[in-house]
Ligand binder design. Structure first.
Ligand code: ADP
Ligand code: MG
Length: 205
C-alpha cells in the first residue's frame, strides 16, 4: 500500500530530480522552445516542496491536489497548467483514501494524463510530455521500474518526431532531431516514483 508519506517522498524526489537536471531541461528547450523549461520545473517543484512542508496534507489525494494547485499558480509557461492539471486530477481521482494500491494510483494517474490530453489537445506522437506519460500509465500498476523505463524510452522516441503542439510546433520540420523537454521532465516525474518506493518496492509495485 502507498501511504501519504510515499506521496510526499514522490514529490520530494521529483523536486530533487528537476533541480539536478534543470540545465539539461533548459538546454532541450533552447533547441526547440524558449529555454525556460528547466527553470519553470525547478521553480514549480521548489514551491511544491514549500507548500507541502507548510500545510502537511493528510492523504495521498490531498498531497497531489495541493502540489498541482501550487504548480498552476507558480509556473507561467505551458508546463505549469499541464503538470498542475496532471497532479490535481490524479489527486482528485484518489479521493480521500489514506492508503492506495499501485493499481489505484495507475488508474488515477491515467485520469490525470487524460486530463492533460484534454487540456492541451495533444495526442500520442505529437512530441509532448504525453509521449513519456502515456507509455508509463500502461505499466504503472505492475512496476514502477518498468514505468520509469517506459517513460524514458517514450521521451527518447520524441527525438525523430515533428512537434504538433506547443511552442516547438512553430518550428515545423526544424523541431525534428531534438528530444521534447516536457517529455524529458515527465520521465523524471515517473522515475521519482521508483525512487520513492525504494530499492525493494520499485520492481514489484
Ligand atoms: P513554454 O512552452 O510555455 O515555454 P515550458 O517550456 O515550460 O513551457 O514547457 C514546454 C513543454 O510543455 C513542451 O516540451 C511539451 O512537452 C509541453 N507542452 C506544450 N504544449 C503542450 C500541449 N498542448 N499538450 C501537452 N504538452 C504540451
Ligand atoms: Mg519553454
Amino acid at each position: 500500500m502507498l501511504d501519504t508519506d510515499f506521496f510526499l517522498r514522490w514529490m520530494a524526489a521529483t523536486a530533487a530530480a528537476v533541480d539536478r537536471e534543470s540545465d539539461r531541461l533548459t538546454e532541450l528547450d533552447s533547441a526547440i522552445g524558449d529555454a525556460d523549461h528547466g527553470n519553470n520545473m525547478r521553480r514549480g517543484f521548489e514551491a511544491v516542496s514549500g507548500v507541502l512542508d507548510e500545510e502537511t496534507p493528510g492523504t495521498p489525494g490531498a498531497v497531489l491536489t495541493l502540489a498541482g494547485r501550487q504548480l498552476i499558480s507558480t509556473v507561467g509557461g505551458a508546463s505549469g497548467p499541464l503538470y498542475g492539471t496532471l497532479l490535481r486530477r490524479t489527486g482528485k481521482a484518489l479521493g480521500d483514501a489514506t492508503e492506495v494500491t499501485p493499481g489505484q494510483l495507475a488508474e488515477a494517474f491515467g485520469a490525470g494524463v487524460a486530463a492533460v490530453a484534454q487540456l492541451g489537445g495533444a495526442q500520442a506522437g505529437d512530441k509532448t510530455m504525453l509521449d513519456a506519460l502515456l507509455p508509463a500509465v500502461d505499466v504503472l500498476g505492475s512496476s514502477f521500474d518498468q514505468a520509469r523505463d517506459a517513460a524514458l524510452a517514450g521521451a527518447l522516441e520524441t527525438v525523430p518526431l515533428q512537434a504538433r503542439k506547443g511552442r516547438a510546433s512553430y518550428l515545423g520540420e526544424r523541431s525534428i532531431g531534438h528530444q521534447d523537454p516536457g517529455a524529458a521532465s515527465s520521465a523524471l516525474l515517473v522515475g521519482a516514483l521508483a525512487e520513492a518506493a525504494g530499492p525493494s518496492g520499485g520492481g514489484n509495485a
